[in-house]
Design a protein around this ligand. Structure first.
Ligand SMILES: [Zn+2]
Length: 430
């Protein structure tokens, strides 16, 4: 899940069917369980494997890193072992790395990287020294009217993409952009401009850092963007033609951490679905493991772009899984997803769940754009959850580890996914 923009939460709309568990279902025989049950043990096995990879490879599994390569190897191994046909798709991508930690001084204070500030993905490199100039939330060009060339623009988080603020700031003559962001107290979460080579150094700064108009800012960003490639993994089972029920989630982590809830949880769900469907597929099913989601949905967009019209039409449905084991979870179904799919997920989910407006924050958006009916499951990132605490206080941080995953919620989400895919595959096989 990418954090370029605040998530808009739908109303709390508890749903009429919220209490419906299997025993209350008037037609339980219409909702078959998956071929064999998904277990917590199986899910945790995948999460532990992904965490071991991150630990061995510098604490991350971001696209273009050895941790991502090892994640691809792990996923393809499990999928082939379960009898799926596996394809690895090359994905061209602008790879962005920080060569060393950035430094930032505002007024008299020297800020601490990660705790106080973090450079977002695709920020330009640069060494900047100039006065801070407030520019509202930076979403409109007019926000920068008070800016003089050489200023460091300073904006609130607002409700637009970071690339938009960056373009506006650059056009107004700013030498860098600082964006205020809220934190869970564990540090500033990784964010991305989603667009490479905008030519401006950008920094996300903790909201409560004392920063005033006119303060002298000294910023050094040592980052590099290179043309490279990464890889999607696509797996299929069942008949070789005809309509296909699809599910997917991103296989990469942010560069800032191991990505075990985001999105090891979705990957573990898909791999367990693969294992349970392996011996006796309910129909034609395809799973997608996407690269470069965290830098701007790169892998899923490439996959959809390379499909022919006919191939797009054969995708009957796409279910997205991105963060389904949040430690302070609010289990949710995409409220802006396709309605019939939403009803099916609601019917299958054992217990109350909410709805969430996801917009284009994850990999379903590429499918939605070409007319594939999409929906998905999500348990939350920085939004307030039970007790007012963030649903995932380790979102895009080094502490996004197995120890912080809610295994019970993950198991329920995974079982819902398996049942939904089995039902969808069965329906389309008729
Ligand atoms: Zn994410």
């Amino acid at each position: 899940r990418i954090a370029a923009r605040l998530l808009l939460l739908a109303g709390l709309a508890a749903l009429a069917l919220a209490a419906g568990c299997d025993s209350d279902d008037p037609k339980p025989e219409r909702l078959p369980p998956p071929p064999r049950p998904i277990t917590e043990r199986g899910l945790v096995e995948h999460l532990a494997a992904l965490e071991r990879i991150a630990v061995a490879e510098g604490g991350e599994r971001a696209a273009g890193t050895p941790g991502y390569t090892a994640s691809v190897q792990y996923a393809t191994g499990v999928l082939r072992g379960a009898g799926w046909r596996v394809r690895v798709q090359e994905v061209p991508m602008a790879l962005w790395r920080e060569r060393s930690l950035a430094t930032l001084t505002v007024g008299a204070s020297t800020l601490e990287p990660i705790r106080d500030f973090r450079v977002p993905g695709y920020s330009a490199a640069g060494r900047v020294d100039g006065p801070l100039r407030a520019a509202d939330d930076g979403c409109q060009a007019a926000d920068f009217e008070g800016l003089s060339p050489g200023n460091v623009a300073f904006t609130g988080f607002g409700n637009c993409f970071l690339w938009r603020k960056t373009v506006n700031a650059r056009r107004a003559g700013a030498t860098a952009l600082a964006v205020q962001t809220s934190t869970s107290g564990r540090g500033v979460a990784f964010a991305t401009l989603a667009v490479a080579r905008l030519g401006l150094p950008v920094v996300m700064m903790r909201k409560d850092v004392a920063a005033r108009d006119g303060d002298r800012v000294q910023l050094t960003v040592n980052a590099v963007t290179t043309a490279g490639t990464t890889r999607n993994v696509i797996a299929e089972i069942g008949p070789a033609s005809g309509p296909v029920a699809m599910a997917g989630g991103h296989l990469d982590s942010v560069p800032a951490g191991p990505g075990i809830n985001d999105n090891g949880s979705g990957v573990a769900t898909l791999l367990e679905v693969a294992r349970t469907f392996g011996p006796r597929p309910p129909g034609r099913v395809r799973l997608g493991f996407w690269a470069g989601e965290e830098e701007g949905l790169v892998g899923s967009r490439r996959y959809v772009r390379e499909l022919s019209e006919d191939e797009r039409r054969t995708i009957a449905t796409y279910l997205n899984l991105d963060m389904v084991g949040s430690p302070n979870a609010v289990p949710a179904i995409y409220s802006d997803g396709e309605r019939a799919l939403g009803r099916l997920l609601r019917k299958l989910y054992p217990g109350p769940e909410r709805e969430v407006l996801t917009g284009n924050r994850s990999d379903h958006s590429a499918f939605e754009r070409v007319g594939v009916p999409v929906n998905g499951l999500y348990t939350g990132a920085t939004e307030p959850g039970p007790g007012g605490r963030p649903r995932d206080p380790c979102y895009h941080l080094p502490c996004d580890t197995l120890a912080h995953v809610d295994r019970d919620v993950l198991l329920r989400m995974a079982r819902t996914t398996a049942r939904a895919l089995a039902e969808l595959a069965r329906r389309q096989a008729k």
